[in-house]
Design a binder for this molecule. Sequence first.
Ligand code: DMJ
Length: 619
Amino acid sequence: MFEKDSYVLIVGDESVKKRRGFKRTWNALSRFQKNLIVIICLAVLLLWMFVFIQRKNLRIDAEVEHVNLRKPDSSHNEEGDKIRIIPLFKDNQLSIKMQEEIVDNADNWDDAIKNLVNANGEVNSDDTKNSIDNPQAVESNNKNIEPQKSELKKDKQDDTQISFKGPTNDRQRAVVAAMKHSWMGYKTYAFGHDNLKPISQTYSDWFNLGLTIVDALDTLYIMDMQEEYGEGKRWVESEMNLDVNRDVNLFETTIRVLGGLLSMYHLSGEEIYLTKAKDLGRRLMPSFNTPSKIPFSDVNLNTLSAHAPKWSPDSSTSEVTTIQLEFRDLSRILNDPSFENAAAMVSQKIHELPKTDGLVPIFINANTGTFRTFSTISLGARGDSYYEYLLKQWLQIGKQPDHYLIEDYKEAIAGVIKNLRKETPNEHHIYIGELISGKDFKPKMDHLTCYLPGTLLLGYKNGMPQSHFTLATELLETCYQTYIKQPTGLAPEITYFNLEGESSTDIYVKANDAHNLQRPEFIESLYYFYAITGNKTYQDMGWNIFQSFEKYTRVSHGYTSINNVRNAKDVRPKDMMETFWLGETLKYFYLLFSDDRNEIDLDKFIFNTEAHLIPIREN
Ligand code: DMJ
């Protein structure tokens, strides 16, 4: 055997010589040495594969960035560099090289896109079939295929996904500019933190959840702000951490974060939002582990322990009743009823409690499951969105006739008209006051209450009585007065009304209540009025207010809430940009100024109380 091998070597085949030499060397190794070599080889192979995949991903990311950052007029940017092209279609049939060639041969970017679409259609037999059988399908398909959209539409297709076209008029463009300015300040000084402090150019944290990003994402998406949206989305994908060892407020986290993620999941179809929403939903669930099933207000997302707020044994009524849209939506998407059941149980329990003409006290105890005796009845802080979610839940589940949710809503609005609606003696403003200790009328209205006109009109559109429409229009006018009566044109946090001649003016503001927190409620109501009636007067009212925000709250690095709406010369900035400024106020401004009042179809979507979109279900 040895000699035969030697012979082969003599005829001069060097490779055979090496092979035999290798075999001999290999056989001479111990079993341990052989295993070691195999393991090392495998490790090197795996490492090589990993590096290869990473490099490929990095390259695609860089290309995505490039295309998003520059919206080129031609296939070359201003510096003359060739714009790299990325796969434009989910079912892309063209190689990168083919796409590059098509772009190179086109005269301008639009032609390049058209040619890419056509070329993709030619090699994609399904598309070709579509174009013959159904030309409309191809046309609508083409409309959706814009290069910047490549990052937006990936994982899921259903009828909740919407493609937005960006601003179409100067007012909308002004709102987009405000959104850009807000985002830029936040990105520069606070990215990943909860809030921007635009004057001190730093940040503050409340729950450590990057609240501004998640609250702002669907606004960026609706405004078609591709670059900023991409920045926010990448943060969610790679940096968002829900495992925070910190108490968070169940309600605030649900409406801002869970609502924001769900909204983005529906609009974009991106699985990442659902993955995060599911994780968050699970971490919030321990709040419901109470003797009464009324949830505790606070929960630690890491230890999963829940408890009542530090300052009180009770939960706020509006908080425990303003999580149902989001929990139900999560359940319906995941086909897991546990979220919906826990949240719906709260509504059911509250339905069973005694009330004053359908009106609820603003505090409830999670241990006993009963309202706090002698607590205030209000449609402002701690009471407001209980009424809002009665209507919106009913809409979400397909307007079932005689459902207790809508019956409770009708009873409550009748209770508002009977107990809380009042008219001032001189200027005849209609407003909604409060019942202190559940019985003594106080002529005080929070700005928060200005959501009510919009909600009432939405209810009226869906079959609620004429009295709801009347109250809606009366209140909308009063809310507008709370803005325009101030020298800044901005409303205070709380307004008082003349009840029995105790004030020289019918509308007045106390020094401690003169702050403006960039709240959305009145703009939200204007939006509903415009969307439902088509009357452009509401747009003009909103435009006046938008200009006041520009004048008094815009600072070099964002927008700030202010301390004093009563003094146009010294508004005393608070150095805080609220997340709902981006999540709600600017979104409603943008939609209010839209040329298309149906930009969001109110028969298909509900806005949660933080202006995030939740689809309407059939049951
Ligand atoms: C938002 O978080 C929500 O709109 C909530 O319903 C009330 N408070 C703020 C905005 O004012």
